[in-house]
Design a protein around this ligand. Structure first.
Ligand code: ZN
Length: 284
């Protein structure tokens, strides 16, 4: 995972969102403070409501994707998705209900943990731009669903402002963080946690499912091969091949690259555990 800089909302979003939230708040108030699925179905968040406000269909996704539209990457698993339909605009904090997993799910699994202990969701964040993200359907719909692990005991009844007092265990990629504070990777591309946030994030999003591990293993082998070459050229004082290898590594570590979080971690390990932002440009 990498830090993700969420693009600004389009110009009319916040005014439209305020109207929708006011309307939703009234409905929830009439329902003794509880939001129900029908409240969201009626509003059809991504279709009719927004179109009535003269916005084209898909404006949320297009805006979150940003000007670079030649790739789409899930912000949880960092897998490329060729088809825009494979990417959802998802809510980091679930809007309708929140669940916990049952028991102690394994870190490596192809079966999503069973959801239990449901309570109301963060309905008041349904129209909050900072709660929107781009996720592949597998991470969002198959794995994360309504899971939202927090550090302490969850507040029993959902109420506006909960998010200000609780501490999420699910990493928010739009926050500033260092991947190496939460994860490490094996040569086979397996993600291992180095923090409780890392553990909860791997379990919630199924980040060690087989299709990801297999794809990541190839990327891990590629970056490790280049890292070994880089070390050889640095030791041998060979400037031209060192620059060429470094440029190849930069491509694998770019924000837009698939599994760039892992690639950066291998480069950081190769160069003595320095954080990515502290590594000098080895082309010079
Ligand atoms: Zn994903």
């Amino acid at each position: 995972m990498l830090c993700w800089l969420r693009p600004q909302a389009y110009s009319t979003f916040h005014a439209e969102a305020a109207m929708l939230l006011s309307d939703l708040r009234s409905d929830v108030g009439r329902n003794a403070g509880h939001a129900c699925s029908a409240h969201f179905e009626k509003r059809m968040l991504w279709t009719a409501t927004w179109r009535r406000a003269s916005q084209p269909t898909g404006i949320h996704k297009a805006t979150l994707t940003g000007p670079q539209v030649d790739y789409l990457k899930c912000f949880w698993c960092e897998r490329y998705r060729d088809n825009p339909h494979e990417i959802d605009v998802e809510h980091y904090r679930p809007k309708v209900s929140v669940t916990e997993w049952q028991g102690s799910p394994p870190l490596m699994s192809d079966t999503p943990p069973r959801e239990v202990n449901e309570r109301g969701g963060y309905w008041w964040l349904s129209f909050t731009w900072s709660n929107f993200a781009l996720s592949c359907k597998t991470c969002n719909q198959k794995w994360k669903r309504n899971l939202f692990p927090v550090r302490a005991t969850r507040i029993a009844d959902a109420a506006e402002g909960d998010e200000l007092v609780e501490e999420p265990l699910l990493l928010d990629p739009s926050c500033v963080f260092r991947a190496r504070d939460h994860f490490r990777w094996t040569p086979e591309g397996i993600m291992e946690p180095v923090s409780d946030v890392g553990r909860a994030t791997i379990i919630t999003c199924g980040l060690n499912r087989s299709e990801l591990r297999q794809r990541r293993m190839q990327a891990a082998q590629n970056v490790q091969r280049l890292c070994q070459q880089l070390v050889m050229h640095l030791r041998g004082g060979r400037d031209i091949p060192r620059r060429e290898t470094w440029l190849e590594l930069l491509l694998l570590c770019a924000d837009t690259a698939e599994f760039a979080g892992m690639a950066r971690w291998f480069v950081e390990e190769t160069l003595g555990g320095r954080s990515w932002d502290d590594i000098p440009d080895l082309c010079e």
